[in-house]
Design a protein around this ligand. Structure first.
Ligand code: HPA
Length: 300
């Protein structure tokens, strides 16, 4: 019997049967093979550039860029500050692929679709994923412009069932119940701290816990207080789905947040978060972040 076809906001045609709710292995393979046949680059490292941090990709030498809309099965970026380009090239002699623009749940994408590129990277033989994002600082010690290494995350939506791995498990990518207690590589974090010392920055390199919320609205004061009490140091609307999918398929992960605004925890405060200040903080911090990533990649 033919099941009815639904068209979702993210333009994925799916059949009303749980077994067909996500891309098949062959779809990831089709995208990977398309890329391999359209570029001579064979990247080992992938970087996902967060809001306002796409300038990292401009550091790539001898680069080749694809618009997301040229690549079979690739979702499209809809957010200002996310260019929507997949860029291949060399960073400090290491072959890299960088996403200038990521996908978010608040754009209407399912979480497995948000993380689609990560499985494609796995099929390209990428061994390390660097995730970057813009985040609000919940930890009162954090200042705008601080960089926070992600030591751990809280998958707030995931705790109630919103997980990119929900649905039938594909053993070709990874096991049904992957651990997440070691999601963010300890050695790469240690290396980042020593690079930061050599860079002689005024502010310390922070290290803490990132919590993902769905967005697109910025949090209320009560929500910020709640997230801080939960143990989170920074809050954002991304990253966690890609990290879960990367760890599931055995990719090593390093991540950092750029603190673009201080989360409001106090009813007396007049501060109001907005996307423009997020992008502006990205522009101001570009140089130090590019320095950190370039030097870290050189050690891999
Ligand atoms: N909250 C959620 N996401 C964000 C923030 C924030 O305060 N700043 C940048 N991204």
């Amino acid at each position: 019997m033919l099941l009815p076809t639904l068209v979702f906001q993210d333009s994925v045609r799916v059949r009303c049967c749980p077994r067909h709710w996500r891309f098949k292995y062959e779809d990831y393979k089709e995208t990977a093979e398309w890329l391999l046949s359209h570029t001579k680059y064979r990247p080992e490292i992938a970087v996902i550039c967060g809001s306002g941090l796409g300038g990292l990709a401009d550091k790539l030498t001898q680069f080749q860029a694809f618009d997301y809309n040229e690549i079979p099965n690739f979702p499209q970026s809809t957010v200002p500050g996310h260019a929507g380009k997949l860029v291949f090239g060399y960073l400090n002699d290491k072959c890299c692929v960088m996403m200038q623009g990521r996908f978010h749940s608040y754009e209407g994408y399912s979480l497995w679709k948000v993380a689609f590129p990560v499985r494609v990277f796995r099929l390209l033989d990428v061994h390390t994923l660097i995730v970057t994002n813009a985040a609000g600082g919940l930890n009162p010690k954090y200042e705008v412009g601080d960089v926070m290494l992600i030591r751990d995350h809280i998958n707030l939506a995931g705790l109630s069932g919103q997980n990119p791995l929900r649905g039938p498990n594909d053993d070709r990518f990874g096991e049904r119940f992957p651990p997440m207690s070691d999601a963010y590589d300890r050695i790469l974090r240690q290396k980042a701290h020593s690079i930061w010392k050599q860079m002689e920055q005024e502010r310390p390199l922070q290290e803490g816990t990132y919590v993902m919320v769905g967005g697109p609205n910025f949090e209320t004061i009560a929500e910020c207080r709640f997230l801080h009490k939960l143990g989170a140091d920074a809050v954002g609307m991304s990253t966690v789905p890609e990290v879960i999918v990367a760890r599931h398929c055995g990719i090593r992960v390093f991540g950092f947040s750029l603190i673009t605004n201080k989360s409001v925890l106090d009813y007396e405060s007049q501060e109001i978060a907005n996307h423009e200040e997020v992008l502006e903080a990205g522009r101001l911090a570009a140089e130090k972040l590019e320095g950190l990533v370039c030097k870290l990649v050189a050690t891999m």
